[in-house]
Ligand binder design. Structure first.
Ligand code: NAD
Length: 393
């Protein structure tokens, strides 16, 4: 069987790796740069890590701070219009997935015609044709893996959609855990479980390969070992480093193997209730995995072991049950509500969520258990009630 593996051209990881920024910028001979970030990061002073050294080197940096979390389409249209209006040689993204996703769209669509909307996966009519302006992506959360994936996610009225093309891959990713020290505990938890979900879903994906498996299992090891510490004590250097590298590996894994049911069901929750992407994934993770458990018992045993538990005396079935329980425990330990009720979602919303989730065909196709409309409703109901159920044979 042939296997296609795609990685972003250059990545730097590890504490202090941002020191490579200037040499990379010079490689592109960039004289005028757009820095896409969110206003909070500018207020925190994180943008100084980029702006000060580059301006000292005589490079012009225009800081664009109109990024909002879970960016709606209109914000995408705005940043692309701004990038088209000015002549930039390079776009740098600094922030969480929201800033990085907008950077990718800005870089590519600056050299295309039409609206951002025209390029959406579900409803778009235009195709991306060329690479656009080079991009350097610098994450400040340990979660989305956006710095090494080829997609940008945008919020629509009741759901989310992506723009996806290999031209959206960053030219350079710089994954420096030092930039995550200021992340508040609640965002550390949500983004950390997002990364864990990427690794878990990549590992059980129908499109998993030996390489994505290796990346996913190592990501699960690092994140499971360190997420609780990173949430409790954000200044713990080792925990932040593990989370940063873990989310990077999880990103590489899911970029190649894809994500599945958890994400397909999480998108409508994010779209309809404006709940952070990490939280929407976290609240569904144990229930989706419980529901599909029988279709991937062996793989769930591996996940259980990668989470740091011994399965020596357990059958595959026993270990897979325990895996679901430990995933639920992890979500609860980092203080994320583990039911939809906990996010003030009412039972009458479940049908609308189901109608939107079933449209995520590209993502659902990777689930080892085919998820029909009635399955999706059952999973939402189990997440609403907080009771793990499984598909009846
Ligand atoms: P985010 O970018 O929305 O940021 C969340 C909050 O954290 C913001 O208020 C931000 O200011 C703050 N923040 C970020 N870094 C900080 C730091 N170091 N210190 C203090 N505060 C900080 O959150 P996210 O979870 O990283 O990104 C979510 C977005 O990414 C969603 O739109 C989601 O759909 C998308 N996403 C994209 C991909 C992809 O591959 N492109 C994958 C998963 C999710």
């Amino acid at each position: 069987m042939s296997e296609k593996i795609t990685f972003a051209p250059i990545s730097y990881t590890g504490w202090g790796s941002l020191e490579h920024l200037e040499e990379e910028v010079k490689r592109f001979n960039a004289k005028k740069i757009l820095l896409v970030t969110d206003p909070f990061l500018e207020e925190l002073g994180l943008t100084n890590n980029i702006v000060v050294p580059l301006e000292q080197a005589g490079i012009e940096v225009d800081t664009y701070t109109e990024v909002v979390p879970e960016p709606p389409l209109a914000i995408g249209e705005k940043v692309v219009a701004y990038t088209r209006e000015h002549q930039f040689d390079l776009v740098i993204g600094l922030g969480g997935g929201s800033a990085l996703d907008l950077t990718k769209i800005a870089g590519v669509l600056a050299t295309h015609e039409g609206k951002v909307e025209d390029y959406l996966n579900l409803t778009g009519t235009k195709k991306i044709q060329s690479k656009g302006i080079p991009t350097i992506l610098v994450p400040t959360t340990s979660g989305t893996g956006s710095e090494i994936t080829n997609i940008s996610v945008l919020s629509l009225e009741t759901t989310k959609d992506v723009i996806a093309h290999d031209y959206l891959l960053a030219d350079v990713a710089i994954v420096d855990p030092a930039l995550t020290i200021s992340l508040p505990s609640k965002i550390t938890a949500a983004t950390g479980v997002d990364a864990l979900t990427h690794a878990v879903e990549a590992y059980i994906s129908k499109f998993a390969s030996p390489i994505s498996d290796a990346l996913a299992l190592q990501a699960i090891r690092l994140i499971s070992k360190s997420i609780r510490t990173a949430v409790k004590n954000g200044t713990d250097k080792q925990a932040r480093s593990d989370m940063s590298y873990g989310s990077y590996l999880a990103g590489l894994a899911f970029f190649n193997a894809g994500v599945a049911g958890v994400h397909a069901l999480a998108y409508p929750i994010g779209g309809q209730f404006h709940i952070a992407h990490g939280d929407s994934n976290a609240v569904l993770l144990p229930y989706v995995m419980g529901y599909i458990r029988q279709s991937c018992e062996k793989r769930m045993k591996d996940i259980y072991e990668a989470m740091g538990f011994s399965a020596t005396n357990l059958s595959q079935t026993e270990a897979s049950y325990k895996c679901v329980i430990e995933l639920k425990r992890l979500v609860e330990d980092v203080n994320i509500p583990s039911t939809l009720k906990g996010f003030n979602i009412t039972e009458d919303a479940l049908e609308g969520l189901t109608n939107d989730a079933i449209e995520q065909k590209r993502i659902l196709a990777r689930s080892p258990l085919p998820l029909l409309k009635e399955d999706i409703y059952e999973i939402y109901k189990s997440a609403f009630n907080g009771v793990i159920i499984e598909k009846q044979k």
